[in-house]
Design a protein around this ligand. Sequence first.
Ligand SMILES: [Zn+2]
Ligand SMILES: [Zn+2]
Ligand SMILES: [Zn+2]
Length: 306
Amino acid sequence: MTQGGDLRRNPVSGGLAIVAPARASRPADTAGRGAGAPPCPFCAGNEALTPPEVDAVRPAGGAPDGTGWRVRVVPNKYPALAGRHEVVVHAPDHGAELEGLADEALAEVIRMWRRRIDAQLSSGAAAVTLIGNLGAGSGASLEHPHEQLFATPVVPPVLLDELLEMERYRNRYGSCVVCDEAEAAGERSVLGGPFPAWVPAATRYNGELWLAPAAHEPDFRTADPAALAPAFRRVLAAVKASIGEAPLNFWLHTAPADLRGPFHWHVEFAPRTSTLAGFELGSGIHVVTRAPEEAAAAYRDALPSA
Ligand SMILES: [Zn+2]
Ligand SMILES: [Zn+2]
Ligand SMILES: [Zn+2]
């Protein structure tokens, strides 16, 4: 298997980079599966094309790396970090988008996310970032829909910033900022119930959307998959319907292994309808052209009824 990358830190900015030249050689098939395209390694029947699986859901039993699975987890063949970069193939069917799964199937996928996060956090990872790259231009190199899990030996800067902000907020106001944000979303609210979703007042991306449990819950490993599935599916469907063919990324922020202060897990959806330019990259201040209130209204209109 290909070697993983090398985690380095810029001493001036504190920024982290994974230097992984081997990833440049990974195949890309997002241009479509025309005649002569190599077989998809994530489709049922092609299990031998991936590294040996680390976990799977096989309702009728069966041997690892055989067919008969509903969810399958394999190490990334071109890892950013060796042993710490996994691929969750959420269905054996090449066209199965996450939001197209039935709620029971999606709950099974969510249960697998929990299980892999737990496996990594209990075997020494400092934090786990689960991500989805959806659509051409999102960073996905294989067309078969899947999620990826990155377990890092350090708490990533974005998560660290959130941990510090949540602690500051609690010290100042005595409450959780995510709980308060979800409750105060008002016209930026997209979905209520046990898993509210809202567009933050200050977004980095046009139509950025957050989803979190209404009950204060630091760790995704205690999330209820059956209750989360319909909310996740509806929100994702609404975002995709509303942004058309634009690429979309989402990521899950959950408590690091060594949680000392407050945290509230959440998923962030980032439509990539525009590219970051010099000012955004050079200042960290994002210019968005779509009012969060407008984006939220569009999402509410696009929300599937159930
Ligand atoms: Zn496939
Ligand atoms: Zn909270
Ligand atoms: Zn976050």
